[in-house]
Ligand binder design. Structure first.
Ligand code: PGA
Length: 256
């Protein structure tokens, strides 16, 4: 039996927006999404803009999210931010394992698994990003790559904790390239991820976990992606920086 999952429309600002730009964004964005109560809207600003964003969105239902996190609570880790620091400013969501963290900053599955367990232990909801590179897709290895990425994280989690996860399927070849996966390609990968969850745990977990699609999502392609049965939301980079575009994405027509 399939369960109704609340759509999650998420923005990842990456290394963009000063405080002044953050303020400008929310001034324009919030009135445009005021009445959208059938879905969750989440924004991940850079660390420096999180506290201000929290204040600016106080009277809205927008969820704020960190873009990364260290697994330890404190220590000699220059340049890192701990789960306690995130929680202290009222943030309880974090993106982990983004392909830029994996491929530019060398984070491996083990590091990502440690971050996910730490987030869950601190009651921070992780959005775990997974996805294959172009050469892996071309070699027909997409499902093998996803399996390894899923197993390295979910293999360390109990069913209870697994339920709290959100997954973002982001094919690396579609991120920031303008090349979106077609709705069929995305649906195929999402269905694979859901069936993997069902086999590893059981179908109640598979039906509960939201799976977002990310990679060149725009106002023009969001509706056809959201119409797929296993796509429960989107994680948007480039197009989320513009309040007009992201409000059209967040407010798109959702039929399933
Ligand atoms: P993009 O980024 O929308 O700019 O392709 C997506 C992401 O990296 O989450």
């Amino acid at each position: 039996m399939s369960e109704k999952r609340t759509p999650l429309m998420a923005a990842n600002w990456k290394m963009h927006k000063t405080l002044a730009e953050t303020k400008e964004f929310f001034n324009s964005f919030l009135p445009k999404v005021e009445n959208l109560d059938d879905r969750d809207i989440l924004i991940a600003p850079p660390f420096t803009a999180l506290a201000l964003s929290k204040k600016l969105t106080e009277s809205s239902s927008v969820i704020l999210c960190a873009q990364n996190m260290h697994w330890e609570e404190k220590g000699a880790f220059t340049g890192e931010i701990s789960p306690l620091m995130i929680k202290e400013i009222g943030i309880n969501w974090v993106i982990l394992g983004h392909s830029e963290r994996r491929h530019i900053f060398g984070e491996n599955n083990e590091v990502i698994a440690a971050k996910v367990s730490s987030a869950l232990a601190h009651e921070i909801n992780p959005i775990l990003c997974i996805g294959e590179k172009l050469e892996e897709r071309e070699l027909g290895q997409t499902e093998d790559v996803l399996k390894v990425q899923l197993e390295s994280v979910f293999g360390t989690l109990s069913q209870e904790l697994a339920k709290k996860m959100t997954i973002a399927y982001e094919p690396v070849w579609a991120i920031g390239t303008g090349k979106t996966a077609t709705p069929d390609i995305a649906q195929q990968a999402h269905a694979f991820i859901r069936s993997w969850l069902s086999n590893w745990f059981d179908s109640s977990i598979a039906q509960k976990v939201r799976i977002l699609y990310g990679g060149s999502v725009k106002p023009e392609n969001v509706e056809s992606l959201m119409a797929q049965p296993d796509i429960d939301g989107v994680l948007v980079g480039g197009a989320s920086l513009d309040p007009e575009k992201f409000s059209r994405i967040a407010g798109c027509k959702i039929i399933n």
